[in-house]
Design a protein around this ligand. Structure first.
Ligand code: PMP
Ligand code: GLU
Length: 389
């Protein structure tokens, strides 16, 4: 008999990312049934911009698809530095950037570089599923802080949660899963708090360009000249440029952190994909026209979805950005919580949503509107019927 396989405690309790697992389940069901509406995964339903595809093609045809430096090509690093300088209003140079295989790779690299065993990272809720696991993989503890009843970040509760082992604060604005965008006052208060308690801020800005009303999303790094020393920015090609399968992103921040993450990635994953680096550079040199078209489509879908959810009597955090809505379905849950709700909804009505439990708020469910208006209308009709059960 083969010996029972013993895995390390780092991975033994790890499960597949809930968002990716649900997407896989919805796609599997769609092969058996033709009525599945998938509002689970956060992936734009648009092709990558033409300029990016052409740049990738040029690289492939050149035949020169080789390792690049571990931190990325000098040209892409310089382009990213210019892009961050322009979009965040804070000056950066190529040496402040490490190109990564994705935003996930940038986040996990930063978390491994910033947190050690026993350290803590503050994560205001609701928050994207993979942060919690990445922090645990680093041997550290995610400290989860629920929002206020009006869904704004609870600054007092965040401050109360700070202890001697707290090293960092995770921010994600626009937010996955709620679409909430931090305003200038909230960014000022959160960065003040980081200063007072000497914390790092890891700022996930992957949805930065996807804001549909009110002022654009600000970065915490712009809240004061000194913040460049304690803020690390993560961004990538997946969401704003509809380039999920290219797997490319970056980390931008203080040089000791950038060097550490470069060293880590050079040992663990090597240089980022050469083809994707060229494709991403084409997106950043000049915004491709497809981006504005995509943003307009998301804005329209958002309007239909948010109005529809409110018409069903559901309340939700104000989703100014990203492509998610996160309504409260607490009144409709049984003892299985949001996981049971979503399982029944998928099996009975063929509608795939993500349970709020995956994001630390079990009264809620997440709907992604990175899908057609027809799907959104159908999803609202099915959800309405389901709530009347
Ligand atoms: N951060 C957030 C908040 C996300 O929603 C996602 C979605 N995958 C990522 C990071 C990771 O993006 P990437 O595809 O670049 O790994
Ligand atoms: N970030 C997307 C989502 O939340 C993609 C899935 C994932 O990477 O977890 O749906």
């Amino acid at each position: 008999m083969a010996p029972a396989m013993k895995l390390s405690p780092t991975v033994a309790d790890l499960s597949l990312s809930v968002t990716l697992a649900l997407d896989a389940r919805a796609k599997e069901l769609a092969r058996e049934r033709d009525d599945i509406v998938n509002m689970a995964v956060g992936e734009p339903d648009f092709p990558a911009p033409a300029a990016c595809l052409e740049a990738a093609e040029r690289r492939l045809r050149s035949g020169h698809v080789k390792y690049t430096p571990a931190a990325g090509t000098p040209s892409l690093r310089a382009t990213i530095a210019r892009y961050v300088t322009e979009t965040r209003g804070v000056p950066y140079e190529a040496a402040d950037i490490v190109v990564c295989h994705s935003a996930k790779h940038a986040l996990s690299g930063a978390i491994l570089a910033l947190l050690g065993a026993g350290d803590e990272m503050l994560i205001p809720l609701p928050a994207w599923v993979s942060y919690f696991e990445m922090v645990k993989i680093a041997g550290a503890t995610p400290v989860l802080v629920p929002p206020r009843p009006d869904y704004r970040p609870d600054l007092e509760a965040i401050e109360r949660a700070i202890g001697p082992r707290t090293r960092a604060l995770l921010l994600c604005s626009p937010s996955n899963p709620s679409g909430y965008v931090l305003d200038a006052d909230e960014l000022r208060a959160l960065t003040d708090l980081a200063r007072r308690h000497d914390l790092w801020i890891l700022s996930d800005e992957i949805y930065r360009r996807l804001v549909y009303e009110g002022p654009p999303a600000g970065s915490p790094v712009a809240a004061g000249a000194d913040l460049r020393e304690r803020v690390a920015i993560v961004d990538g090609a997946s969401k704003c440029f509809a380039m999920t399968g290219f797997r490319i992103g970056f980390l931008c921040g203080p040089r000791p952190l950038i060097s550490a993450v470069t060293n880590l990635h050079s040992q663990m994953t090597g240089s980022p994909n050469a083809v994707s680096q060229d494709a991403y550079e084409a997106a950043l040199v000049e915004e491709p026209p497809e981006v504005a078209t995509m943003v307009r489509a998301f804005a329209e879908r958002r309007g239909v979805l948010v109005d529809g959810l409110r018409a069903l009597g559901l309340s939700l955090p104000e989703p100014r950005g990203a492509f998610y809505a996160f309504p409260d379905v607490g009144a409709y849950l049984d003892e299985r919580g949001s996981v049971g709700f979503c399982a029944d909804l998928l099996e009975d009505r063929g509608l795939a949503l993500v349970p709020g439990a995956a994001f630390g708020m079990d009264r809620h469910v997440r709907l992604s509107y990175a899908t057609s208006l027809a799907n959104i209308r159908e999803a609202l009709a099915r959800l309405g019927e389901f709530l009347k059960r």
